[in-house]
Design a protein around this ligand. Structure first.
Ligand SMILES: Nc1ncnc2c1ncn2[C@@H]1O[C@H](COP(=O)(O)OP(=O)(O)O)[C@@H](O)[C@H]1O
Ligand SMILES: O=C(CO)[C@@H](O)[C@H](O)COP(=O)(O)O
Length: 531
């Protein structure tokens, strides 16, 4: 039996799976509802500047206590658990006060963990991924290392306000005494692992790549980034480790209180997005696309080329490779707006428009950003006809295809900019609301020239962590995660590329080398900051 905890921002979830990968236990603790004394909304505090966003670290400790108590009262057999791992929202950080290691080591049976740990944190409210209050620290970091692209080339991402290095720099500059009182800084993931371990758990390579501090190639902290953020930081972070590492056995507190076997192994915890990659069982060349409120792409990349947009992280299931994350804000809400304007608010009518127009849309294409986009930083509606002239409108069905082809084309271009290559074995794994629409998936398949599968990703980070726990037990013998999770349900094939779409489609041919006009057009769009 393998267990996993997952600390997101609104709840703590647990899943246990058996040897056949069947889910045998599932539960959660909802921060707002189950721990009302912390008075969070969605598990967080949004401060009066609207930029600072934090979560009380003791709420996370108490939630862990509560979920384990719930498992115990339901009769869950902890003694069967061979390994556990977990995931935490990325970028958030926890600050351990000097002397806390002793308290962690001595977690005793007589006290609830929550009570014991109260004195441990030098920062009571942890900065989390929603925080965007570190703009000045970001500029300073980029400047210190030689610019945004240089920082991306070292750490996988240009400076982002939520990334941990910038958060640490803010704490150091605003409260140097608090920083000095801190003996260890954990990510949310390594913090949760520390509780199970009864010692400071190291940060894993994959979640560590979301800090603007790790050299993703060498997998060591970057001295120039550390120096730019705060003094003496390396010591407070500890050495990063491969994501599949077994950190040690569970600490006696949990064996005594809940009946875990003393042999139960704690496998390094990681970020929620890396854990989702494991949960979706992504393999080399695969892409996962979540078509939800916003569109998110996860890519498995062999040889990444970090860029100013998107994030390159060390791959959580294979330390020799990488994963990329790309986020697009104008996803389903943008599609809904065009559906309402051009298809009387009906997805059926929207789908018919896609069927009645040809791949490539006779050269018509648009970029649709109702709200300021993340990738790229652009706003507005921009339509181009086959001669690349800007036009103010399209017939309704042309508009619908232009939107969907434009959205997927941008995804492919940005993925390729990060070093992604479509391969003959590439599978696109689609999830989220719009993945129920086959006509949309057909366009996706044609633009990437790869089959599209659908998967259920409910709890993918949680499930991924259970898979990682199993993998951790055998990873040292070079067994891959894919081998370990062979028994898990396969994704369902939804659509394959339309025969000849690649040749017909002006869109897709724009990716092929040697078509000067199209390359020129792409360059032009880039200059206009549309790609
Ligand atoms: N048949 C459909 N075709 C296209 N989009 C759809 C369809 N059904 C639902 N959606 C879109 O899915 C979105 C919700 O996706 P979901 O993955 O549930 O969102 P979230 O990101 O909030 O979890 C809605 O905004 C809706 O526009
Ligand atoms: O900031 C990021 C990724 O860079 C977020 O994805 C956090 O990791 C929060 O978790 P989710 O909202 O994806 O669950």
């Amino acid at each position: 039996m393998y267990e996993h905890e997952s600390l997101h921002y609104s709840c703590l979830k647990v899943i246990a799976v058996d040897e056949q990968l069947r889910v045998i236990y599932e539960d959660n603790v909802h921060f707002d509802k189950d721990l009302p004394e912390f008075k969070t909304q969605g598990g967080v505090y949004i401060h009066s500047d609207r930029l600072t966003v934090t979560s009380p670290v003791l709420m996370w400790v108490k939630a862990l206590d509560m979920i384990l108590e719930k498992m115990k009262s339901s009769g869950f057999n902890f003694s069967q658990v061979r390994a556990l791992s977990g995931a935490g929202q990325q970028h958030g950080s926890v600050y351990w006060k000097k002397g806390s290691i002793e308290i962690l080591k001595n977690l005793a049976l007589t006290n609830k963990e929550y009570c014991l740990l109260q004195a441990c944190f030098s920062v009571a409210n942890s900065p989390i991924w929603m925080d965007s209050s570190t703009a000045s620290q970001c500029s300073a970091l980029e400047k210190a290392v030689g610019g945004a692209q240089r920082l991306a080339s070292i750490t996988g991402s240009r400076a982002y306000e939520r990334f941990t290095g910038n958060q640490i720099a803010k704490i150091y500059s605003q409260n140097p005494e608090v920083y000095m009182q801190t003996e260890r800084i954990s990510l949310v993931s390594s913090f949760a692992a520390s509780l199970f371990l009864g010692a400071y758990a190291p940060i894993d390579y994959s979640d560590g790549s979301g800090m603007n501090l790790l050299q993703i190639w060498e997998k060591v902290w970057s001295a120039s980034c550390l120096d730019a953020c705060a003094p003496g930081l390396e010591e407070k972070l500890g050495c990063p480790v491969p994501s599949h590492s077994v950190l040690g056995p569970i600490c006696p507190y949990y064996s005594q209180r809940y009946g875990f076997s003393p042999d139960c192994k704690v496998v390094a915890f990681t970020g929620d997005n890396p854990a989702s990659l494991a949960g979706m069982r992504l393999q080399e060349g695969d892409i996962a696309i979540s078509l939800g409120t916003s569109d998110t792409l996860f890519l498995w990349i062999q040889e990444p080329t970090p860029a100013l947009e998107g994030h390159i992280l060390c791959n959580p299931v294979d330390s020799r490779t990488y994963m990329a994350l790309l986020c697009f804000k104008n996803g389903s809400l943008m599609r809904e707006r065009i559906r309402d304007d051009c298809a009387s608010g009906s997805w059926d009518e929207f789908s018919k428009a896609l069927s009645s127009t040809a791949a490539g849309n006779n050269g018509n294409l648009g970029f649709y950003f109702d709200v300021m986009e993340i990738t790229p930083e652009a706003v507005g509606i921009h339509r181009f006809n086959k001669d690349n002239q800007k036009v103010s409108g399209f017939p309704k069905e042309v508009e619908i295809r232009a939107l969907i082809e434009g959205q997927f084309m941008a995804k492919r271009i940005h993925a390729e900019k990060l070093g992604y290559k479509v391969m003959s074995r590439t599978r696109i794994l689609a999830t989220g609301g719009a993945s129920h629409n086959k006509k949309i998936l057909q366009v996706l398949s044609d633009v990437f020239n790869a089959p599209v599968y659908t998967i259920d990703t409910t709890n993918s980070a949680c499930l991924g962590s259970a898979y990682r726990a199993i993998h951790g037990l055998v990873a040292e013998t070079n067994v891959s995660l894919a081998d370990v999770v062979k028994l898990a349900p396969e994704p369902r094939l939804a659509v394959t590329p339309t025969t000849g779409a690649e040749e017909q489609s002006a869109l897709v041919s724009s990716f092929l080398p040697g078509i000067g006009r199209r390359q020129h057009v792409l360059d032009h769009w880039r200059e206009e900051n549309l790609l």
